[in-house]
Design a protein. Structure first.
Length: 78
C-alpha cells in the first residue's frame, strides 16, 4: 500500500478549527517531526479506516468467536 506521502496530493481539503485546536494540532505536528499535511492526512486516514472497519468487518478472538457461533446456532425467533 502506498503511503500518503508517496501519492500525488492534488485535492484540497479545508477545515476550520478553534485557536485552541490549532495550537494543539501544531504541537502534535512538531512533536511528530512531520508537516501539517502529512500529519492530518495520516490521522484522518486512520480514523476513516477505523470507522469503516467497524461497519464492514469485525474480528473476534477465539473465545468471542465461540460465543458468537453459539448464539448463531440458536433457532430463530419469530
Amino acid at each position: 500500500m502506498e503511503s500518503a506521502s508517496s501519492r500525488s496530493r492534488n485535492r484540497r481539503l479545508e477545515v476550520r478549527a478553534t485557536a485552541e485546536d490549532r495550537q494543539l494540532i501544531d504541537r502534535a505536528v512538531a512533536a511528530s517531526g512531520t508537516d501539517l499535511t502529512g500529519f492530518v492526512i495520516t490521522h484522518l486516514r486512520l480514523a476513516a479506516q477505523q470507522v469503516l472497519a467497524n461497519r464492514e468487518e469485525f474480528r473476534l478472538d477465539s473465545e468471542a468467536l465461540q460465543a458468537w457461533e453459539r448464539i448463531n446456532q440458536r433457532p430463530a425467533r419469530s
